[in-house]
Design a protein around this ligand. Sequence first.
Ligand code: ATP
Length: 361
Amino acid sequence: MSRAYRIAIMPGDGIGPEVVEAALSVLDRAIAPQAVEMQYSHHEAGAHYYRRTGLSISPQTMDEIGQADAVLLGAMGLPDIRKPDGTEIAPQIDIREHYGLFASLRPCRLMAGVPTRLKADKVDLLVIRETTEGLFAGRHDRLEPSDESVSDRLTITRRTSEKLFELAFAQARTRRERQGTPGHVTLLDKANVLRSNAFLRKVFDEVAERHPDIGTSRIYIDAGSMMFVTNPERYDVVVTENVFGDITSEIGAGIVGGLGVAPSADVSERHGVFQPSHGTAPDIAGQGLANPVAMILSAAMMLDWLSERHQDPGCARAAADIRQATEQALKAGVLTRDLGGQATTTDVTRAVLEQLEAAHG
Ligand code: ATP
């Protein structure tokens, strides 16, 4: 019998609560046969919370979620609820900074039954985006008011880059063992122009030398972005700077069916926040139209992460079951509107649950 994991649930705004509810029912069904236990605590944060309290997340909530074994987050922020400086409420970014979640893992896998405009039979790649520095490094720098010019700062540190690349090589190895991928890491950068990126590449080369069993490529971000569309099969693990990763992970999501099927995980060595790549989708909130697949697959990523951290094979089996049940449901044609179908959030959730039932009786 494994331990009971403490999971902090943050449903958030818009479609967040709808997809979180779907993912929790799938999660509960998947862990039951594995004798894995979860204790959920629910936490409020985001745009509605801000409107009521003037805070996007309370210090107490920030503290409590850090004590959990993992955080499962829906989506936060709404375009019509903003801070006085005009920016949206984004506690997910505050959490990232507070807990030093330096890497965002964004797997992009083309699943049977999901329509794509791409002429490719197979896409199975993982974008790892650095999330605490790069071109976001100066987010809190003092801005000298000017109508003539404004600059943003791009900073790369050895400490974060080494952690990032070690994680990328470890992920390439884990993926090779788990799903038979080649064991390869591609660095996307602009080392031909930006000094910061030349340094990034130098650190990458140093870390790569410690992992001779994993293949490597270094590609400039412009050509590398095109390859997501022309030759995505060339990618296994792709690792890159903050803003390059922000953009390429959405290209990756686009080629495998869009945001509705794109899960993600923000991690440090100690903390993990698991959330879909999409936002709160206010245009479809409350109508039962949200695709829960990205959130469900994020819950599976959480189980994999718990399995690795706690050497718990039950969690890994539950994660594999969720992925398989979700793929079967999609393959059977249970597709929400974003994927060209008519199914509701509940229809997809029910179809995934039925697949889990069929697998375990
Ligand atoms: P953010 O900046 O927070 O990422 P955004 O407005 O750029 O937010 P989303 O909220 O993700 O982006 O929405 C972008 C589009 O994708 C919207 O039209 C939305 O309806 C659609 N969308 C996003 N997530 C889903 C989902 N799970 N199911 C169906 N459609 C979705």
